[in-house]
Design a protein. Structure first.
Length: 261
């Protein structure tokens, strides 16, 4: 993992997602629908729940929970994404949602404020995931639930290192995607008891993957070449394959349900 100052990483996240807000909204909502639904299913969300969505982005998950819970707050670092979230909230006529700009390492809520904390595909952008999980633990009521969803890397450290190098080239705000074992250990070490885990897999074209953040052409070419060199031995853990001229790769995501001890 590349070490950096927390303030530097946060500014990098803001910069990347300010520039890519529209493309992110366009490409990720439908593509991640299966993991959004897994978050809902494993959460056992109830009409009485007060929910916090950490790193809510454009509100994909936040608004789904708002259709089922009493109150939902979405928190994110990037105003451009929050603007899209509020637009989508207005379109859907949901009144029980609030979107706020904030730092996930210093959540602006008292201890025990929520019965359910969720975070979807945000953890790999955090320089200090242990701090994020500690804050989630703090703001949950006793026996409150955590739902954590993220893209995962290989449990093979060599493949994971190559995968994460590619991800950092594609998206400068990327810090680290974890293997499933390491992700479970992170959650457990924060004081949670993991109760359920679901792994989802799909296949996407290389061109789609590049369109979400849109790196420079020379970076796209470099990443493509690394994947082509991995066709025979899958050194990235992304199972790349060629169909004619079209390059495909597999995405794996995990959704963990956990309880505050």
């Amino acid at each position: 993992m590349i070490l950096m100052k927390p303030t530097e990483q946060k500014e990098r996240v803001r910069s990347v997602f300010t520039q890519s807000a529209d493309s992110y909204v366009q490409h990720k909502g439908d593509a991640d629908r299966a993991s959004h639904e897994a978050m809902l299913r494993l959460s056992r969300v109830q009409p009485s729940d007060r929910v916090l969505d950490i790193g809510c982005g454009p509100g994909f998950v936040t608004l789904l929970f708002a259709e089922r819970a009493r109150e939902v707050i979405g928190l994110d670092l990037t105003p451009a994404l929050l603007e899209r979230a509020r637009q989508r909230q207005e379109e859907r006529g949901l009144k029980n949602v609030q979107f706020i700009e904030g730092d996930a390492e210093r959540l602006p809520f008292p201890d025990g404020s929520f019965t359910l904390v969720v975070s979807h595909k945000a953890l790999h952008h955090f320089a200090n995931p242990q701090r994020i999980l500690a804050e989630a633990y703090r703001v949950l009521k006793p026996h409150g639930r955590l739902l954590l969803g993220d893209t995962i890397s290989s449990d093979d450290s060599v493949k994971s290192n190559v995968h994460n190098e590619i991800e950092r080239l594609r998206d400068p705000s990327h810090v680290k995607m974890y293997g499933l074992r390491e992700l479970r250990e992170l959650v457990s070490s924060a004081g949670f008891r993991v109760t359920e885990c679901e792994v989802l897999e799909d296949e996407r074209t290389f061109d789609w993957w590049m369109s979400v953040i849109t790196p420079p052409p020379e970076v796209i070419a470099r990443i493509r070449q690394t994947l082509l060199e991995s066709l025979s031995d899958d050194k990235t853990g992304l199972a790349p394959r060629l169909d004619g001229e079209r390059l495909w790769l597999k995405r794996r995501a995990a959704v963990l349900a956990a309880v505050r001890r």
